[in-house]
Design a protein around this ligand. Sequence first.
Ligand code: AMP
Length: 199
Amino acid sequence: MITRHFGIPVTSPGAILRRERDLGTPLGQETAEVLQSGGLVPDKIIIELIEDWLRLHGGHGFVFDGFPRTLPQAESLMSMLTKLRTALDLAIWLEVSEETVRDRITGRLQCAECGFTTSSSSAQFANRPVCPYCDGRLERRNDDDLAVLQTRLQEFRTKTEPLGAFYEKLSMLHRIDGNRDRDVVFADISKLMEDKTAK
Ligand code: AMP
Protein backbone atom coordinates (compact mmCIF):
# COMPACT_ATOMS: atom_id res chain seq x y z
CA MET A 1 0.00 0.00 0.00
CA ILE A 2 2.86 2.38 0.83
CA THR A 3 4.60 1.78 -2.49
CA ARG A 4 1.38 2.19 -4.43
CA HIS A 5 0.34 5.34 -2.58
CA PHE A 6 3.66 7.13 -2.08
CA GLY A 7 5.88 5.55 -4.74
CA ILE A 8 8.46 4.69 -2.09
CA PRO A 9 10.14 1.27 -2.34
CA VAL A 10 9.43 -1.05 0.57
CA THR A 11 11.59 -4.01 1.42
CA SER A 12 11.43 -6.73 4.01
CA PRO A 13 14.18 -9.24 4.81
CA GLY A 14 11.49 -11.91 5.33
CA ALA A 15 10.16 -11.41 1.79
CA ILE A 16 13.68 -11.41 0.30
CA LEU A 17 14.59 -14.61 2.15
CA ARG A 18 11.35 -16.39 1.13
CA ARG A 19 12.10 -15.52 -2.48
CA GLU A 20 15.70 -16.76 -2.16
CA ARG A 21 14.36 -20.00 -0.68
CA ASP A 22 11.86 -20.46 -3.53
CA LEU A 23 14.64 -19.83 -6.06
CA GLY A 24 16.85 -22.37 -4.26
CA THR A 25 19.84 -19.98 -3.96
CA PRO A 26 22.62 -20.72 -1.42
CA LEU A 27 21.33 -17.90 0.83
CA GLY A 28 17.78 -19.28 0.60
CA GLN A 29 18.93 -22.78 1.44
CA GLU A 30 21.11 -21.58 4.31
CA THR A 31 18.28 -19.66 5.99
CA ALA A 32 15.16 -21.73 5.12
CA GLU A 33 15.27 -23.82 8.29
CA VAL A 34 15.54 -20.78 10.58
CA LEU A 35 12.59 -19.13 8.82
CA GLN A 36 10.44 -22.21 9.15
CA SER A 37 11.31 -22.63 12.84
CA GLY A 38 10.41 -18.99 13.65
CA GLY A 39 13.90 -18.04 14.87
CA LEU A 40 15.76 -14.92 13.77
CA VAL A 41 18.35 -15.17 11.01
CA PRO A 42 21.88 -14.11 12.16
CA ASP A 43 22.43 -10.33 12.19
CA LYS A 44 25.42 -10.51 9.81
CA ILE A 45 23.28 -12.03 7.03
CA ILE A 46 20.45 -9.54 7.49
CA ILE A 47 22.75 -6.52 7.65
CA GLU A 48 24.53 -7.52 4.41
CA LEU A 49 21.17 -8.00 2.73
CA ILE A 50 20.00 -4.52 3.73
CA GLU A 51 23.33 -2.93 2.77
CA ASP A 52 23.07 -4.45 -0.72
CA TRP A 53 19.44 -3.42 -1.06
CA LEU A 54 20.15 0.17 0.02
CA ARG A 55 23.02 0.44 -2.44
CA LEU A 56 20.74 -0.64 -5.29
CA HIS A 57 17.37 0.92 -4.41
CA GLY A 58 17.78 3.34 -1.50
CA GLY A 59 18.52 6.53 -3.44
CA HIS A 60 15.08 8.15 -3.22
CA GLY A 61 13.58 7.08 0.07
CA PHE A 62 12.79 3.66 1.47
CA VAL A 63 10.63 1.80 3.98
CA PHE A 64 11.79 -1.29 5.85
CA ASP A 65 9.23 -3.79 7.02
CA GLY A 66 10.54 -6.18 9.68
CA PHE A 67 13.94 -4.52 9.92
CA PRO A 68 15.66 -3.85 12.29
CA ARG A 69 14.62 -6.61 14.65
CA THR A 70 17.62 -6.55 17.01
CA LEU A 71 19.77 -3.84 18.63
CA PRO A 72 22.89 -4.74 16.56
CA GLN A 73 20.75 -4.39 13.40
CA ALA A 74 19.45 -0.98 14.55
CA GLU A 75 22.99 0.21 15.32
CA SER A 76 24.26 -1.02 11.92
CA LEU A 77 21.42 0.77 10.18
CA MET A 78 22.48 4.01 11.86
CA SER A 79 26.06 3.63 10.60
CA MET A 80 24.89 2.68 7.08
CA LEU A 81 22.73 5.81 6.94
CA THR A 82 25.49 8.02 8.32
CA LYS A 83 27.76 6.77 5.51
CA LEU A 84 25.02 7.50 2.96
CA ARG A 85 24.37 10.92 4.61
CA THR A 86 20.71 10.00 4.94
CA ALA A 87 18.53 10.59 8.00
CA LEU A 88 15.94 8.22 9.33
CA ASP A 89 12.59 10.05 9.43
CA LEU A 90 10.27 7.71 11.31
CA ALA A 91 10.21 4.49 13.28
CA ILE A 92 6.65 3.13 13.25
CA TRP A 93 5.67 0.54 15.85
CA LEU A 94 2.47 -1.31 14.99
CA GLU A 95 1.07 -2.52 18.29
CA VAL A 96 -0.99 -5.70 18.01
CA SER A 97 -2.31 -8.03 20.66
CA GLU A 98 -1.39 -11.73 20.66
CA GLU A 99 -5.01 -12.46 19.81
CA THR A 100 -4.82 -10.28 16.68
CA VAL A 101 -1.55 -11.93 15.66
CA ARG A 102 -3.08 -15.38 16.09
CA ASP A 103 -6.18 -14.47 14.07
CA ARG A 104 -4.16 -12.88 11.28
CA ILE A 105 -1.65 -15.64 10.76
CA THR A 106 -4.38 -18.29 10.81
CA GLY A 107 -6.03 -16.73 7.76
CA ARG A 108 -3.08 -15.05 6.03
CA LEU A 109 -2.58 -15.58 2.31
CA GLN A 110 0.42 -14.09 0.58
CA CYS A 111 1.34 -13.64 -3.06
CA ALA A 112 4.37 -15.78 -3.90
CA GLU A 113 5.45 -13.19 -6.50
CA CYS A 114 4.94 -9.68 -5.09
CA GLY A 115 4.15 -10.21 -1.39
CA PHE A 116 0.60 -8.78 -1.53
CA THR A 117 -1.07 -9.97 1.67
CA THR A 118 -4.71 -10.74 2.29
CA SER A 119 -6.88 -13.08 4.30
CA SER A 120 -8.53 -16.35 3.33
CA SER A 121 -11.73 -14.93 4.82
CA SER A 122 -11.86 -12.35 2.01
CA ALA A 123 -14.64 -13.61 -0.27
CA GLN A 124 -12.82 -12.23 -3.29
CA PHE A 125 -10.00 -14.77 -2.89
CA ALA A 126 -11.80 -17.77 -1.44
CA ASN A 127 -12.42 -19.51 -4.77
CA ARG A 128 -9.66 -17.99 -6.84
CA PRO A 129 -6.45 -17.49 -4.82
CA VAL A 130 -4.75 -15.27 -7.40
CA CYS A 131 -3.02 -11.94 -6.71
CA PRO A 132 -5.03 -8.98 -8.02
CA TYR A 133 -1.83 -7.04 -8.79
CA CYS A 134 0.46 -9.53 -10.53
CA ASP A 135 -1.56 -12.75 -11.02
CA GLY A 136 0.85 -14.60 -8.71
CA ARG A 137 -0.31 -17.51 -6.58
CA LEU A 138 -1.77 -16.61 -3.15
CA GLU A 139 -0.55 -19.14 -0.60
CA ARG A 140 -0.12 -19.82 3.11
CA ARG A 141 3.32 -19.15 4.60
CA ASN A 142 4.98 -22.23 6.06
CA ASP A 143 5.83 -20.33 9.26
CA ASP A 144 2.22 -19.22 9.80
CA ASP A 145 1.64 -22.00 12.26
CA LEU A 146 0.50 -21.69 15.86
CA ALA A 147 3.40 -23.78 17.23
CA VAL A 148 5.98 -21.72 15.29
CA LEU A 149 4.23 -18.56 16.49
CA GLN A 150 5.38 -19.29 20.07
CA THR A 151 9.03 -19.12 18.93
CA ARG A 152 8.38 -15.98 16.90
CA LEU A 153 6.77 -14.28 19.91
CA GLN A 154 9.62 -15.34 22.18
CA GLU A 155 12.17 -13.91 19.71
CA PHE A 156 10.11 -10.73 19.56
CA ARG A 157 9.99 -10.30 23.34
CA THR A 158 13.69 -10.92 23.94
CA LYS A 159 15.33 -9.36 20.87
CA THR A 160 12.93 -6.92 19.17
CA GLU A 161 10.93 -5.32 21.99
CA PRO A 162 14.02 -3.44 23.35
CA LEU A 163 14.09 -1.48 20.07
CA GLY A 164 11.09 0.50 21.32
CA ALA A 165 13.27 2.17 23.95
CA PHE A 166 16.12 2.60 21.42
CA TYR A 167 13.97 4.65 19.01
CA GLU A 168 12.09 6.39 21.83
CA LYS A 169 15.40 7.80 23.07
CA LEU A 170 16.03 9.16 19.57
CA SER A 171 12.51 10.72 19.58
CA MET A 172 11.64 8.84 16.41
CA LEU A 173 9.14 6.33 17.66
CA HIS A 174 5.46 6.49 16.70
CA ARG A 175 3.16 3.84 18.12
CA ILE A 176 0.06 2.95 16.09
CA ASP A 177 -2.74 0.62 17.13
CA GLY A 178 -2.45 -2.16 14.55
CA ASN A 179 -5.45 -4.12 15.83
CA ARG A 180 -7.81 -2.09 13.64
CA ASP A 181 -8.78 -2.55 9.98
CA ARG A 182 -5.99 -2.14 7.47
CA ASP A 183 -7.46 1.02 5.89
CA VAL A 184 -7.64 2.81 9.25
CA VAL A 185 -4.10 1.77 10.13
CA PHE A 186 -2.90 2.85 6.69
CA ALA A 187 -4.57 6.26 7.13
CA ASP A 188 -2.61 6.80 10.38
CA ILE A 189 0.65 5.75 8.73
CA SER A 190 -0.06 8.00 5.74
CA LYS A 191 -0.67 10.95 8.03
CA LEU A 192 2.68 10.45 9.75
CA MET A 193 4.44 10.22 6.40
CA GLU A 194 2.65 13.24 4.95
CA ASP A 195 3.44 15.34 8.03
CA LYS A 196 7.07 14.37 7.67
CA THR A 197 7.32 15.20 3.96
CA ALA A 198 5.52 18.53 4.52
CA LYS A 199 8.30 19.64 6.92
P1 AMP B 1 8.56 -11.63 8.28
O1 AMP B 1 8.26 -11.86 6.82
O2 AMP B 1 8.96 -10.22 8.59
O3 AMP B 1 7.46 -12.15 9.17
O4 AMP B 1 9.84 -12.53 8.61
C1 AMP B 1 9.83 -13.94 8.42
C2 AMP B 1 11.11 -14.56 9.00
O5 AMP B 1 12.27 -14.04 8.33
C3 AMP B 1 11.36 -14.25 10.47
O6 AMP B 1 10.64 -15.12 11.34
C4 AMP B 1 12.88 -14.49 10.56
O7 AMP B 1 13.20 -15.87 10.51
C5 AMP B 1 13.36 -13.88 9.24
N1 AMP B 1 13.61 -12.43 9.40
C6 AMP B 1 12.88 -11.43 8.81
N2 AMP B 1 13.39 -10.22 9.16
C7 AMP B 1 14.43 -10.48 10.00
C8 AMP B 1 15.35 -9.65 10.71
N3 AMP B 1 15.30 -8.31 10.63
N4 AMP B 1 16.29 -10.25 11.49
C9 AMP B 1 16.37 -11.61 11.57
N5 AMP B 1 15.53 -12.45 10.93
C10 AMP B 1 14.57 -11.90 10.14
